[in-house]
Design a protein around this ligand. Sequence first.
Ligand code: IPM
Ligand code: MG
Length: 372
Amino acid sequence: MKRYKIAWLPGDGIGVEVMEAARIVLDAAGFVADYTHGDIGWDFWCREGDALPPRTVELLRSSDAAMFGAITSKPAKAATAELAPELRDKGLSYRSPIVRMRQVFDLYVCLRPCKAYPGNELNVMEGIDLVVFRENTEDLYAGVEFSPVPAELAATLGRLTKSYAPFGGLGPDDLAISCKINTRKGSERIVRAAFDFAKQQGRKKVTVVHKANVVRATDGVFLEEARKVAAAYPEIALDEANIDAMCMWLLKNPFNYDVLVAPNLYGDIISDLCAQMVGGLGFGCSGNIGDKLAVFEPTHGSAPKHAGLYKANPIATILAAKMMLEWLGEKTMAARIEGATAAVLAEGKVKTYDMGGSAKTLDMAKAIAARI
Ligand code: IPM
Ligand code: MG
C-alpha cells in the first residue's frame, strides 16, 4: 500500500485535541502515512509575526495532503496589540492562515457535505443529505480592503455615487471599503466542480446561490458562468436561488435541495446553516481542494474556552479525515471510517457534551476506532 506524506497542522485550542482524535481513527483504519507536524496558529503570529510561517508553506508544498485543526483569530487591531513588542511597529497585519492557505495553494473548492446520520438527536430533520460547494479563493475574501481609504479613492467614490448615495465629501477615516472580486474563471471552475460531483454521485440538482438582483456585477458573472456550465450537463437540473430566501427555504424544506454552489461568503454562511441542520459544529467537515493539494479541516474554530478540557466533539475532524482518504483515492478506508461513525451515532451510547452526553473527545474517537 502507498505510504502517504501528510502535513499535520493541529493549530490552537481544541484543534490539537480533535486532531489527536482523528489520528486514532486514521490509525485504526489502517492508513499508512508519514505525518509531519507543521507550525501554524496564534503563537506564531505573536512570536514571529506570521501565523503561517514560510516553513509550513514549504511543508505543504511537499505533502500529498494536509489535515488542519483550528486556529484562533482576532480582528486586526486586537491582533497587532498581541504581537511581540519588537514586531509591533513593522506594519504587520493579521490575516487568517486558513484563508491564506486556500489562496496560496489555489484550493478553489471548499467542499462541505452535510449529512444527517440516522439517530443523531441533534439532526434538525432525519434524511438531510446536502453538499455545499463554496468558492474558496476570491469574492469578499480577496483581501483587497481599504481602511483608512486613500483620499483619491474616497474622492472617486464620491464622484461615482453622488447622484444617490451619501458617500461624497468623506475623509479617509469616515468609511471603509472591502472589495468583492469574482472572476469568470473562478466562478466557472467551482460550478464545474459541483456539476462534476453531481454527475459522479448520481445527484439530480445543483442550486446556485447568489444575490444577482442587487449585487449585479459580481454575482451576475457568477450566475452567467453557472448557466454556461449547466448547459453541458443536461441530466442535472440547474436551480437558482437568492441567498436570503435560500436560508428560509433550506430550513423549511431541505429535501428540495441536493448540491449547492455559491460564491465564497454566501458559501461560508450557508455551510454553517447546513451544518447546524445535521448536528452543528461538531459535525461540520470540510475539504479545501485544489488541483495538486487539499487541506481537510473541521469547520469549527479553536474554542479557547474549551481548550485543554478534551470535551469537544471530534466527529467533524474524523469526517474531514474520511474526506481526505476519499480525495487520496482510499475509498474503502474512507467508507470504513464513515460506517463506523454512523454506527456509533446510531447506537447513541457514546455522546460528547454537545450531544447531551459526557463522553470526552478521545472516548468518541476510541468508540469509532473500535467499530472499525
Ligand atoms: C470557515 C471559517 C473561516 C472562513 C474563518 C475561520 C476565516 O469560518 O472555514 O468557514 O471564513 O472561511
Ligand atoms: Mg465559516
